[in-house]
Design a protein around this ligand. Structure first.
Ligand SMILES: *Cc1c(COP(=O)(O)O)cnc(C)c1O
Length: 365
């Protein structure tokens, strides 16, 4: 068992046994219990458990499309640098993808670039709280007000992150969360949720996720099947009370990296996001010779990942966008390297990684 998960024994086994014995495996009391707890944690009125994070975003867009009479030509603005699911949700909802660049100093949508992407067909913006850092919402809200747009948060990496005293999930019109095992709040399989204060939207999403049905065998809309099952919900209920503690443990690792990695022309870090605005899903460093740094760390026993090597507009899946140019997104994709970070990472390990990075030089110039 992974160390991260082992900490929650025996409560996890108890939750699984309880669910097994209950006889409810789909649409039962565990789902309701978790939905209430997560809505309350995020500070919103409604939470709808769904099958995964991609579905959460897709269902929000499909519900808004129906409720507000959007058609296929209506545009949704997404940052060009994100996990691809943000863009795929727009395609899956049968809406038109529009892209904006990210800020030079953070992997977050640049409000000025978003403004330039607005056309008469624009209906929504999806700010992504990438790496666990909440977007600066004020300029986005201003754009939304001025142009009549909805704001849909992609909060899949930001469980518990705060902005202006409110948590991710409560910062826009609706938010999509993922409970993929590696996220800050992770299930032991797939899971996701929508949070919103809008009751009508929540009801429509719940129906669309359940074959377009509100009463058994009566189908009001062509829907889909996307549910948070009882086992995953019971596991999430065990882990939710520890989310803030886990985020604080991640923050200790991130603090150490930020204070001790020596910035150089070769390797640099972002300005450290203060306080609770970031829950450090990922700790990025940047290097002109990123692949070389990754091999060097790997030779010294440190495994790293790249989030993400190809920006949305360079993906084959989005061929019509391939000729576009978003310089900040491209630069992040070229230079980013994600250092190990988890709530159970020993200080010696973090210290060793910092030493290795501070000793690194690129020698093939
Ligand atoms: C993980 C993730 C998703 C998708 O969630 P799944 O549960 O894997 O479908 C969407 N957006 C971002 C930013 C993510 O990190």
């Amino acid at each position: 068992m992974q160390k991260v998960t082992a900490r929650f024994e025996p409560q996890l086994s108890e939750a699984v046994k309880r669910t097994l014995a209950s006889g409810f495996y789909i649409n039962g009391p565990e789902q309701q219990r978790f939905e209430r707890a997560f809505a309350s944690y995020c500070g919103v009125r409604h939470c709808v458990g769904v099958g995964n994070g991609l579905d959460a975003l897709t269902l929000i867009l499909k519900a808004m499309k129906q409720l507000y009479g959007w058609d296929d030509t209506c545009e949704v603005i997404v940052p060009a640098f994100t996990f691809v699911a943000t863009a795929e949700a727009v395609a899956a909802a049968g809406l038109t993808l529009a892209l904006a660049d990210i800020r030079p100093d953070a992997p977050l949508i640049d409000p000025r670039s978003a403004e330039q992407a607005i056309t008469p067909r624009t209906r929504a913006i999806i700010p992504v709280h990438l790496y666990g850092q909440t977007c600066d919402m004020e300029p986005l809200r201003e754009l939304a007000r001025d142009h009549g747009l909805r704001i849909i948060e992609d909060a899949a990496q930001a469980h518990g992150a705060q902005h202006g005293g409110h948590r991710a999930g409560a910062l826009g019109d609706a938010a999509g969360f993922s409970f993929y095992p590696g996220k800050n709040l992770g299930a032991l399989g797939d899971g996701g949720a929508v949070t919103t204060n809008d009751e009508e939207l929540a009801k429509r999403i719940r129906a669309l996720a359940n074959y377009g049905s509100q009463r058994k065998y009566e189908h009001l809309w062509p829907g889909t099947n996307s549910r948070l099952d009882e086992l995953q919900a019971s596991i999430l209920s065990v882990k939710l009370p520890w989310l803030d503690t886990d985020n604080a443990l991640r923050r200790e690792v991130a603090d150490y990296y930020a204070r001790h990695i020596t910035r150089s022309p070769e390797v640099w870090t972002l300005d450290y996001a203060p306080g609770e605005s970031c829950v450090h899903h990922i700790f990025p460093v940047f290097c002109r010779h990123r692949d070389d740094l990754q091999h060097y760390l790997s030779r010294h026993g440190v495994q790293t990942l790249v989030h993400y090597p190809i920006p949305v507009h360079k993906q084959k899946a989005f061929a019509p966008y391939n000729a576009l140019h978003y310089p900040q997104a491209e630069s992040f994709a070229q230079c980013e390297l994600s250092l190990p970070i988890s709530p159970v990472q020993p200080l010696e390990h973090t210290r060793k990684i910092v030493e290795l990075i501070n000793q690194y030089t690129y020698e093939n110039d």
